[in-house]
Ligand binder design. Structure first.
Ligand SMILES: Cc1cc2nc3c(=O)[nH]c(=O)nc-3n(C[C@H](O)[C@H](O)[C@H](O)COP(=O)(O)OP(=O)(O)OC[C@H]3O[C@@H](n4cnc5c(N)ncnc54)[C@H](O)[C@@H]3O)c2cc1C
Ligand SMILES: NC(=O)c1ccc[n+]([C@@H]2O[C@H](COP(=O)([O-])OP(=O)(O)OC[C@H]3O[C@@H](n4cnc5c(N)ncnc54)[C@H](OP(=O)(O)O)[C@@H]3O)[C@@H](O)[C@H]2O)c1
Length: 465
């Protein structure tokens, strides 16, 4: 490998950066690094952050890029996926390379990447679930939203899950945007869903579903809901679906709230007062309803809920049972420890200062984080743009200060071959374009925007056609 290691001065070779993860955070970071000649928008001006050419490798464990933009964003929200065009433009820039089908930490160690590049940015998102810590969480029919979302979006890790949708009622725990996505997808008319890029296997299962009622449970009052107003308002316009707000919610409104909360409460009032259309399907909101047990023998038959307790303890909670056949726990994702890196288990992030990985409070040379693994699993796609810019600014400041860019790194052109010599089969951005074209072409007959390939072998087949 020695002949593939080159030693260049800061002026005579590009800066080499590996980014792990091709979600919004990773792609925004690549975009900031490859800003030339356009520059980066900062403090209301366009400035040049980078003073020398940069070469970026984006490593991705899947064969497809864009992270949760492909496997998280709901299929009935196609406009949110248009951001992938921004990422396409980044990927087409000089110096960008996509290395799909390579899982860092499993297929190749982080320490190897640290030898090959001037800097490594970890942007792996959240690959786990926040736990409820109540009995019955592991029963059949109790799912994390991450599993259900991954399944309907055709993520290869989840495509073989089997959801029994023969019962009429599903309980969704949590009051975030993901809970609303899950409720809509469970109840949307299959004809409408069939005009989206929902995964084919999910479309078939949802078309045969008996689910008629989704009960969304907030453990606090409506003022504390985490979902956005636009997403909440949308529920009132869904064809064939009535929204019912429990009357108790009308007593829980905090009039001192900020305008976001006031707007949400106004929407809640509108929905509450709106005459029901008598639609066959219902989304029902219950508040101050904390899950205490997921009940069932072999599989879920109900959810035990504590509700109505006052904060001062003067009124004890009342326990009630919600009969249901599935419980979907939409209580947030959770980041996991990344091999060879420190992890703050309490905060659920890689400890960092302005994106610099910290070990015992000290920044680790050439190691950075961005996105959900840096901040925790919250924030919309756009939030990751500023987050990535802050990380890239730290990286550039460090490399200028330390002159680390002068150390020996791998020959950029040789890296794909070096990966193949390790027995890996990295895929390229052109391979992804072939997958993309194949998925879109295949969909035309059915009038869908795309029909996703969901098995690694199918994806590899389309990539290498
Ligand atoms: C269900 C859901 C729906 C959402 N919908 C919206 C929406 O409609 N609008 C909106 O603005 N925001 C939405 N968001 C939020 C948005 O998706 C996130 O803010 C954003 O995706 C976080 O970006 P990220 O790059 O940190 O993580 P991710 O998007 O998760 O990307 C991480 C990437 O790293 C890869 N990876 C992981 N481990 C490795 C490894 N070891 N080696 C190589 N690659 C690895 C993963 O495969 C993935 O591609 C949604 C979130 C969820 C959960
Ligand atoms: N359309 C969009 O723009 C879109 C779509 C999907 C996701 N996203 C974004 O992605 C991020 C993640 O969304 P998310 O919905 O997964 O997470 P989230 O916004 O953090 O919401 C999690 C919800 O779960 C509740 N919860 C947590 N622990 C609980 C427990 N033990 N028992 C009962 N309830 C519990 C929380 O209530 P408490 O407040 O009481 O803790 C909260 O209501 C968010 O930033 C979101 O905006 C955006």
């Amino acid at each position: 490998m020695a002949d593939r290691v080159e030693c260049g001065s800061e002026v005579d070779r590009p800066l080499r950066v590996a980014i792990i993860g091709s979600g919004p955070a990773g792609l925004y970071a690549a975009g900031h690094l490859l800003e030339q000649p356009a520059g980066t928008y900062l403090d209301r001006k366009v400035v040049r952050l980078v003073s020398r050419p940069v070469e970026v490798d984006v490593y991705e464990r899947l064969l497809t890029p864009w992270g949760l933009v492909r496997s998280g964003v709901a299929p009935d929200h196609p406009n949110k996926k248009l951001v992938s065009r921004v990422f396409d433009r980044v990927a087409e820039r000089q110096g960008f390379r996509f290395l799909g089908n390579v899982e860092v930490g499993t297929d190749i160690g982080l320490s190897t990447l640290r030898e090959w590049y001037d800097a490594v940015i970890v942007a792996v998102g959240a690959i786990g679930d926040r736990s409820l810590g109540i009995p019955g969480e592991d029963l059949a029919g109790s799912w994390s939203a991450r599993q259900f979302v991954g399944w309907y979006n055709g993520h290869p890790d989840f495509r073989d899950l089997e959801f029994d949708l023969s019962g009429e009622t599903v309980a969704v725990i949590g009051n975030g945007n993901v809970a609303l996505d899950v409720a809509r997808i469970l109840l949307t008319d299959p004809l409408d869903l069939g005009r989206t890029d929902v995964a084919e296997h999910a479309l078939t299962a949802l078309a045969a579903s008996n689910v008629r009622e989704v009960v969304i449970l907030g453990r606090r009052g409506p003022a504390a809901s985490a979902f956005n107003c636009a997403e909440f308002e949308e529920l009132g316009h869904l064809p064939g679906i009535d929204v019912k707000i429990d009357a108790s919610a009308m007593d829980m409104q905090d009039l001192a709230a900020d305008w976001h909360v006031m707007r949400r409460l106004t929407l809640l009032n509108d929905l509450y007062r709106r005459p029901l259309r008598g639609d066959r399907k219902v989304i029902r909101f219950r508040y101050c309803a904390a899950p205490v047990e997921i009940v069932g023998d072999a599989k879920v038959t109900g959810l035990r809920i504590a509700s109505g307790a006052t904060a001062d303890g003067t009124t004890p909670a009342q326990i009630s049972m919600l009969p249901c056949t599935n419980v979907i726990r939409a209580v947030g994702y959770r980041c996991h420890q990344f091999p060879e890196l420190p992890f703050d288990a309490a905060a659920g992030v890689i400890p960092n200062g302005q994106g610099r990985v910290l070990l015992d409070g000290k920044p680790q040379t050439g190691l950075y984080v961005t996105g959900w693994i840096k901040r925790g699993p919250r924030g919309v796609i756009g939030t990751n743009k500023k987050c990535a810019r802050d990380t890239v600014r730290s990286l550039l400041a460090d490399l200028q200060d330390s002159g680390r860019a002068r150390h020996a790194v791998a020959d950029f052109a040789a890296i794909p071959d070096m990966l193949r010599e390790m027995g890996l089969q990295p895929t390229t951005y052109d391979d992804w374009r072939r997958i993309d074209r194949y998925e879109r072409r295949y969909s035309r007959a059915g009038g869908r925007p795309r029909v996703k390939l969901t098995r690694p072998q199918e994806l590899l087949g389309a990539a290498l056609r």
